[in-house]
Unconditional design. Structure first.
Length: 382
């Protein structure tokens, strides 16, 4: 993956992600006449405005991300109104860039796909309205995509051999799910968090030890300099639900340690706390995922979501998968965090099943994973 970055005047980072071996815009145009399904995908569920053109679910013709992270850093987290307003400003530019890099126009696409939940409602509404407007103006079919199904589908982009069934650990800012991907678009949730999501725990602990926002990448970096065995933080196991997660006890334990150290006038070693905290999270995530593969009899394991870009998680998962003869799949870090290519990948399989949304599609901020019935009719749950 090659990432071209440009920081705009307002601090927003404009990124174009390219597969080095990918086709040129001219080749894409030529190939278009040979058929296939080309989807324009849109993502705006949190603080990234993103648009991508994806062919046949696995070939990314263009992938544009406009990241607002710098704007929210000063507030220590995402400010929903700022996010929505920036999406409104950036959306058309992202779509124009995605089409132009793919060498295509709206006439060349077969469908428009968009994340319609879960996420921040005001942020989601920008993408949903944009996709509906394009569908209305061009007459092209409209497909709503679940954000987490998008994250899972990011694995299909660089792993052309990956096909369901497999186990997937989904760890993002809002979700920690252990899922069996039974077929394209068919999910069985076998474990989930009882409290904080993994990414949320990273963000809260990073703030507490003074690393700031966004916490995940900062802890990841600091942990490389620290001793993971400096402290033993608790790893929660839930007796009646062995695949569920709980990170609030771990978070409290880190906060208690920090308070005690402050009271005793000790200097806090950020790197050691980061490394020990990361180890506690990663060991639970990897332990649950490997156990699920063995117990359910799957020999393929994928990871997805922002936390899946964590280097400690990737390393331990790779080691444990090799030791247990499980094939390990993970997207490149830039495809783990929010992007529209993953939405285009998920949308392709929906398109093939005949899923079409009406122009009554709405944003569903708390959309459950695998909610087939409602999705098929294009109606939200609230
Ligand atoms: O999937 P994502 O981009 O957005 C959501 O759908 O939530 O995930 C964002 C989350 C944040 O909590 C962020 O701190 C975490 O992913 N994250 C990481 C890393 N990069 C992002 N956590 C741990 N290590 C990382 N390298
Ligand atoms: Zn996400």
């Amino acid at each position: 993956m090659e990432i071209n970055k440009n920081i705009e005047d307002d601090g927003v980072i404009f990124m174009s992600i390219k597969d080095k071996e990918g086709a040129t815009a001219e080749q894409n145009k030529e190939e278009k006449s040979e058929g296939g399904v080309t989807i324009l995908a849109i993502e705006s569920s949190c603080d990234e405005t993103a648009a991508a053109v994806v062919r046949n679910g696995r070939e990314v013709l263009s992938n544009i991300i406009s990241s607002q992270i710098a704007l929210h850093t000063i507030y220590g987290g995402v400010v929903p109104e700022i996010a929505s307003r920036k999406h409104v400003e950036k959306m058309n530019g992202c779509i124009r860039a995605a089409l132009s890099e793919a060498g295509l126009t709206l006439n060349d696409i077969d469908a428009v796909a968009v994340t319609y939940g879960p996420g921040l409602v005001g942020a989601l509404l920008v993408g949903v309205s944009e996709a509906k407007a394009i569908s209305f103006a061009t007459g092209k079919p409209l497909i709503g995509v679940h954000h987490i199904e998008g994250h899972i589908s990011a694995n299909f982009i660089e792993n052309k051999d990956l096909e369901p069934p497999f186990v997937c650990l989904v760890v993002s800012g809002g979700h920690s799910h252990l899922v069996v991907v039974k077929d394209y678009g068919e999910y069985e949730i076998i474990g989930q968090t009882r409290d904080d999501a993994a990414g949320e725990a990273f963000d809260k602990v990073a703030r507490a030890i003074g690393l700031g926002y966004p916490g995940g990448p900062k802890i990841d970096k600091a942990a490389k300099e620290g001793n993971p065995d400096a402290f033993t933080f608790p790893q929660a196991q839930i007796p009646d639900a062995e695949y569920d997660f709980s990170f609030s006890g771990l978070k409290s334990s880190v906060l208690n340690y920090i308070n005690q150290a402050k009271m005793q006038g000790q200097e806090l070693d950020q790197a050691d706390v980061a490394a020990s905290f990361q180890k506690a999270v990663v060991e639970v995530l990897v332990g649950h995922a490997i156990k699920a593969c063995k117990q359910y009899g799957y020999d393929k394991l994928a990871i997805a979501g922002g936390v899946a870009s964590n280097s400690g998680l990737r390393e331990l998962m790779e080691k444990e998968c090799a030791a247990n003869k499980i094939k390990f799949y993970r997207p490149s870090p830039v495809l783990c965090t929010d992007n529209a290519a993953m939405i285009g990948a998920a949308a392709y399989y929906e398109y093939q099943k005949g899923v079409r949304f009406g122009l009554d599609m709405n944003a569903v901020p708390n959309l459950p994973l695998g909610d087939r019935e409602r999705r098929f009719h294009g109606r939200g749950s609230n």
